[in-house]
Design a binder for this molecule. Structure first.
Ligand code: GLP
Length: 241
């Protein structure tokens, strides 16, 4: 079942953060699915504030990131490990071992997908998965055309996504060509999916995801198959609904 909430971005972020902390209060070893990109940042900032205000113990929380670039040198500031460290681990005062990010090192990439799937399974599964949405409907790095039954694997980034993400790199040429990402079916195994999308640039992808046919041409449309998906969008992103 998909529930759609149309709210201003800051209100949506606050609501999601409160929901996550309530989950942690009931289940101190909750497993969170983390997303990168700019969309979830207000959620992480609200969490930072509320953890202090509510005095929530997060020492047993665990988390899994959706994806990582392949082949960036260790510690590269735009690697998703570095982004998650800056935006989530440090401000939320977690220890690095609480949060896993797929290993994008080239030397071990062959075994990394199966290892990541095994780690997620061993954790007992993700309780709440945060998701951003690519302008073309991608979730994680599952670009249009991704098999809806896919598990964690190495993918080639589309020209569009490399172009979109070029703003984080000195030049478009330096954006990696490959990534390792949880698959669509990995994402669907989480017990609650929370998709966030704000701004007009996401409006087409939101409409296709929520009201379009379930299709690999918009991987986010697979969320319609999940028993518990919450979609939070602002007026601009809801424009074509
Ligand atoms: C990136 C990430 C996705 C993210 C998307 C949207 O490519 N791999 O997980 O949801 O782009 O990014 P933003 O939230 O900055 O619009």
């Amino acid at each position: 079942m998909m529930e759609v909430l149309i709210l201003p971005q800051d209100v949506a972020a606050e609501l999601v953060a409160r929901h996550i902390l309530t989950l942690i209060q009931h289940k101190p070893d909750a497993v969170l699915g983390l997303a990168t990109g700019s969309t979830p940042l207000p959620v992480y900032r609200a969490l930072e504030r509320l953890i202090a205000e509510w005095e929530v113990d997060t020492s047993r929380v665990r988390g899994f990131a959706l994806d990582e670039y392949v082949g960036l040198p260790e510690g590269h500031p735009q690697s998703y490990r570095a982004v998650i460290t800056r935006e989530v681990i440090e401000p939320l005062r977690l220890t690095p071992s609480q949060i896993r990010v797929p290993n994008g090192a080239t030397e071990t990439i062959k075994d990394a997908p199966a290892e990541y799937e095994a780690e997620i399974a061993a954790s007992g599964g993700v309780d709440l998965q945060l998701l951003g949405l690519g302008g073309n409907g991608h979730i994680g790095f599952n670009e249009p055309g991704s098999s809806l039954g896919s598990s964690t694997r190495v993918k080639t980034l589309t020209a569009q996504t490399r172009h979109d993400n070029a703003r984080f790199f000195p030049s478009e040429d330096e954006v990696p060509r490959h990534c390792i990402t949880q698959g669509v079916s990995t994402i669907l195994k989480a017990r609650h999916l929370v998709l966030l999308a704000f701004g007009e640039s996401k409006a087409q992808a939101v409409a296709a995801a929520v009201e379009g046919p379930i299709s690999a041409s918009n991987p986010a449309s697979a969320l319609q198959l999940h028993p518990h998906t919450t979609v939070l969008v602002d007026e601009a992103a809801a424009r074509h609904l």
